[in-house]
Write a protein that binds this ligand. Structure first.
Ligand SMILES: *[C@@H]1O[C@H](CO)[C@@H](O)[C@H](O)[C@H]1NC(C)=O
Ligand SMILES: *[C@@H]1O[C@H](CO)[C@@H](O)[C@H](O)[C@H]1NC(C)=O
Ligand SMILES: *[C@@H]1O[C@H](CO)[C@@H](O)[C@H](O)[C@H]1NC(C)=O
Ligand SMILES: *[C@@H]1O[C@H](CO)[C@@H](O)[C@H](O)[C@H]1NC(C)=O
Ligand SMILES: *[C@@H]1O[C@H](CO)[C@@H](O)[C@H](O)[C@H]1NC(C)=O
Length: 453
């Protein structure tokens, strides 16, 4: 009798203690081993789904999150949007769900349709689209009351994109997970996995897909304050880098080829009539190339590559202008050579090759704009002739001869002047070509240095 009373008291104490410790009743799963899950057993939990599942409302719900970035679908520089695909994992405890697996046919984990459960309203701050999460998803519930809810998400998030270094650009986009409604007093966010693990798994998934490489994911936990309410927030920094291969092949290589051909076209003889049309064709080809490649370029901002293209275009225009100038100069000096300024003449003597200098060295001392060395041998001859044959007829003949000679002298003089001018034109051409090369090399090096930093 006494013993029985003690036993009964002990049982009652145990039960009270148990209830106090657990703070709730277990799910009655009698018959689970014969008839499967009885929906009636969970009805009480399902009925409470409108409310946050806690026993004491002053205790916040701890929600752990994690995600796997499975693809980076698009990065839109014009709208400043990154579209990615991720699998979100949300884990929390529901204290009203609990059963003893041994009593319940060995069931330790159940899947329950999410529409029957309270779900934390985790969303991404940068989200700029309607949530296209499929409906009718399931969640895993363990016998301990841990609920694991995984959902696929197509995330179109706003991201501050800097396309200056396109196509060698890296972007740093943020994904901030927070509760839409619950403040810190009601919901606390935590990490389900180490961020390094998230990063590793995502890197392995994205590795060989698409235009972007996932470099790293960093994480920071902050509190967001809106109107005196604090919201718990976990921010992930997703660092991505563009694969530049497509752009190198499609943009940089053809452009560089055209530039090289343009530079080589300086070796076409300046007096040939083909040079200007050739450069014109190149310029036209370059414009067509730019038009066709326009949709590969970002729509907004001024990336360095646009500057590079503009530079290439201006170099081509400059080279065409140079050809026009040289052609004009050659035409001018061969038809009506203007008198050559003395400084230019001296300069020519200085600048020409040693062989040329030897040839023209004696003329150095001559004054006046017209070149006298050619006059000298011409002048000597008539004097000799005049001394030998006098007479009116001879004089007449002489005069005629003289005029022919002067004409010849003039011709020779003019010829020499022309050859000097032509020489000057060639030197000008060579000089401008070097300047062009210098400009090209410096600008290309500048662009390369900017790209590599
Ligand atoms: C569990 O449910 C069965 C019927 O489904 C009932 O007979 C039994 O008394 C219940 N047990 C408890 C502890 O409520
Ligand atoms: C709820 O929790 C708070 C703080 O932990 C405590 O002060 C309060 O007494 C609890 N309420 C009940 C009904 O247990
Ligand atoms: C969330 O993570 C923390 C620390 O990693 C852990 O102590 C806690 O049990 C987790 N909560 C859930 C619901 O998994
Ligand atoms: C991530 O991968 C690196 C090497 O790829 C490895 O050293 C590191 O331990 C991994 N970290 C985790 C958390 O798996
Ligand atoms: C991304 O930006 C955040 C904050 O602006 C910074 O803390 C983080 O280091 C950046 N990550 C990378 C890879 O640059």
């Amino acid at each position: 009798m006494e013993r029985g009373w003690l036993h009964g008291e002990g049982f009652l104490l145990c039960l009270i203690l148990h209830l106090l410790l657990q703070g709730r009743a277990d799910i009655n799963c009698s018959g689970f081993d014969q008839h499967g899950v009885d929906p009636a057993a969970f009805q009480a939990v399902f009925d409470r789904k409108a409310f946050r599942p806690v026993i004491n409302y002053s205790i916040p719900t701890h929600v752990n999150i994690s995600f796997t970035l499975s693809a980076i679908l698009e990065v839109n520089a014009q709208l400043q949007l990154m579209t990615s695909f991720l699998w979100l994992n949300v884990i929390w405890y529901n204290p009203f769900i609990r059963w003893n697996p041994e009593e319940c046919g060995g069931i330790s984990k159940l899947s329950i349709a999410t529409e029957n459960l309270w779900l934390p309203d985790i969303f991404i701050n940068e989200f700029m689209d309607v949530d296209q999460t499929p409906t009718g998803l399931m969640a895993y519930v363990t016998s301990e009351g841990q609920i694991r809810y995984d959902k696929p998400m197509k995330v179109t998030s706003i991201c501050n994109l800097d396309i200056f270094y396109f196509p060698f650009d890296e972007q740093n986009c943020t994904l901030s997970f927070t509760s839409f409604l619950y403040t810190v007093e009601n919901m606390v966010l935590g990490m389900e996995k180490e961020v390094q693990e998230i990063s590793n798994i995502s890197q392995n998934l994205i590795q060989n897909k698409g235009e972007w490489i996932l470099l790293d994911i960093h994480q920071s936990t902050t509190k967001m304050t809106v109107d005196n309410s604090q919201y718990d927030q976990i921010t992930f920094y997703v660092a991505i880098r563009r694969r530049p291969f497509l752009y190198i092949i499609n943009l940089l290589v053809p452009s560089s080829f055209l530039m090289v051909i343009d530079a080589l076209s300086f070796f076409l003889p300046a007096e040939s009539e083909n040079r200007a049309p050739f450069k014109m064709t190149l310029l036209l080809g370059y414009n067509v190339f730019l038009l066709m490649m326009n949709d590969l370029l970002p729509d907004t901002g001024t990336p360095l590559i646009s500057v590079y293209f503009a530079l290439c275009l201006s170099l081509m225009v400059l080279s065409l202008l140079e050809t026009v100038f040289i052609t004009y100069l050659l035409h001018l000096v061969t038809t009506q050579p203007p008198p050559m300024p003395r400084w230019l003449y001296s300069l020519l003597l200085h600048c020409t090759s040693p062989r040329e200098r030897c040839l023209t060295a004696p003329q150095k001392g001559n004054k006046g704009l017209r070149l006298t060395p050619i006059q000298l041998p011409g002048l000597k001859e008539p004097m000799e002739l005049v001394g030998k044959v006098p007479g009116p007829r001879e004089a007449e003949l002489n005069g005629l001869r003289e005029s022919t000679r002067t004409r010849q002298e003039d011709e020779a003089q003019k010829q020499h002047l022309v050859s000097l001018w032509v020489q000057f034109s060639y030197m000008m051409d060579a000089l401008l070509f070097r300047l062009y090369l210098l400009f090209m090399v410096t600008s290309i090096i500048t662009v390369m240095v900017l790209w590599s930093t």
